[in-house]
Design a protein around this ligand. Structure first.
Ligand code: ZN
Length: 284
């Protein structure tokens, strides 16, 4: 079984009616724990130097001072500290993966919409992209393949890794949909736009050849933005993946036998705990 990093402090913020809600971590934590997983606190504590690997020097400061403005991404009290805990989970999962253990960071806030100098789409710091950058700083030349299966285009991640050496990115997402980008492939960033209503079988038929192409670059490690909002029961998007599809995706990633880690991105249905459990059944 792989390593699971989580911290229930990341369930301690929220706003009434906001879909990115505390239950996502709290109930998933409980479910995974009763399924035999052993959640651990992060082993790496994120520091400011980790953030400026990709974000602008003043970005974290703007989160600390609440001087940003995005209606989807509120200035919750203490959100900078909580975002650093979420980042710590991603960094810990990346380290564990490099040491040979498949790992998952069950934290919030998510990260894949956060760009160099912007919070967006419930995201403050780009956890996954920062974890990749930190790995590549420690191991120059490390080839990383990023897979983003959240229903939304990973626009923040794309903006941070576009043209980056030894890094490739694959995003499958509903299109058109927030954030509006991801209609076409750009350089090292492969985008697969899918129309509303796409089901699990069609999704997998799109994923498998694109994933083969990603693997042809012979990556050393897989970094996965695991969003579960392509689920048929998700309240905020229109793809129709069933529960079993997420387990299948986890299995396809695991079949590579590559070092691998994943971070929680979106997923807003009440079934999120089951979807994550299924994914990890395949991924670990
Ligand atoms: Zn999403």
């Amino acid at each position: 079984m792989g390593r699971l990093f989580s911290d229930l402090k990341t369930a301690e913020y929220g706003a009434s009616g906001h879909p990115e809600a505390p239950f996502r971590v709290r109930r998933t934590f409980d479910r995974l724990h009763s399924a035999g997983h052993a959640p651990e606190r992060p082993k790496v504590q994120a520091v400011d130097a980790d953030v400026v690997l990709l974000h602008g020097a003043t970005h974290l400061d703007s989160i600390r001072r609440s001087t940003f403005d995005d209606p989807d991404t509120p200035a919750y009290p203490g959100i900078a500290d909580i975002a650093m805990i979420s980042l710590s989970g991603a960094l810990s999962a990346a380290d564990a993966a490099l040491a040979g253990e498949p790992s998952f960071s069950l934290m919030r806030p998510p990260g894949h919409h956060a760009g160099k100098d912007r919070v967006a789409g419930f995201c403050y710091l780009n956890n996954l992209a920062l974890a990749v950058a930190r790995l590549q700083k420690r191991k120059p030349g490390l080839k990383v393949a990023i897979v983003d299966f959240d229903v939304h285009h990973g626009d923040g991640t794309e903006s941070l890794v576009l043209g980056r050496d030894n890094t490739s990115f694959l995003s499958l997402h509903q299109y058109p949909l927030y954030p509006g980008s991801g209609g076409e492939t750009r350089g090292n960033c492969a985008n697969i736009p899918l129309e509303a209503g796409t089901d699990g079988e069609r999704w997998l038929r799109a994923f498998e050849p694109a994933f083969e192409t990603l693997l042809s670059a012979k990556p050393d490690i897989l970094a996965v933005s695991a969003g579960f909002d392509a689920y048929e029961g998700d309240p905020i998007a229109g793809l129709k993946l069933g529960r079993t599809t997420f387990k299948r995706v986890g299995s396809l990633l695991a079949q590579t036998k590559l070092p691998r880690f994943a971070t929680l991105e979106g997923g807003y249905s009440e079934d999120l705990p089951l979807l994550v459990e299924g994914f990890l059944d395949g991924f670990f």
